[in-house]
Design a protein around this ligand. Sequence first.
Ligand code: AVJ
Length: 318
Amino acid sequence: MATTAEKTGEGALVDPDFRADVLRGLAATPRAIPARWFYDRRGSELFEEITDVPEYYPTRTEAALLDAIGPAVARATGKGRAVVEFGSGSSAKTPRLLSAIAPAAYVPIDISGDFLRDSAAELAQAFPGLAVHPVEANFMAPVPLPDAVADLPKLGFFPGSTIGNMTARAAVDLLRTMRDSLGEGAHLLIGIDRVKEPAVLEAAYDDAQGVTAAFNLNLLTRINRELNGDIPVDAFRHRAIWNADIERIEMHLEATRDMRFTVEGERFSMQAGETIHTENSHKYTLSGARVLLRAGGWTVLDTWSDADDRFALFLAEA
Ligand code: AVJ
């Protein structure tokens, strides 16, 4: 991936993947841009803010669950493991797991090298004696792990219901890829958000303070800045819709008037009410999640959920 080009500013290179996804996505029917492009610097900050709004329950529910089940995970997987975190980002939840498991090594994998090195250094300081081996990579493809952890049993860690961003089909592919990366006999601890009342879900993705709206709209600001666009950001509104048939929350950006704009010299027009689909967040029932994991090559050993049935953690074995 074009990580240097991602730090795009005045006069800097355009990320060719971002450019291609945006130009293709704006011309498509229906219009759609992959959710991974939310996370520029501002987008990552806004996501951190989302995790603190009262309506967004997943982060704090999963964190409390992790605290509660740490000892059980440690018993099931044993000590002396290498914890391999997929898409570690700022590694916000990792200390909870590391203190419970006392692993021999920690391998954070992330596509963003800056974030990765900062949080790896912080964790190494907080856990003296823990060998931290950051890997800058896209975990959607098999990731060769550092030689230093070759002989250690692996525990994959994929929190935050990030798997929900993918269609079930892509999720199965990713689970199989993780199994290949981790190898025979590995374990996987994965957080998955559960199907629940639509009102609770829609509020979680359309909070009263408007932080999620700002997060969604920031994508347009990023396009204007990095891809030389003139999209009228003020003429869009944030929408979060529960799609009951596919059991997912969809985020869209809705044009509030007819408009024309250009991006990278290409012309686009939208009519009032038309949307750009920016994110899917698939939710699973407990049995649906087990089927998904099974299809991805993992057998569920243990399932934990909170008292309100909102979020689940699964421990599975390759
Ligand atoms: C980071 C993908 C798990 O889908 O809940 C939060 C992203 N989008 N609010 C999610 C997100 C809007 C989040 N994931």
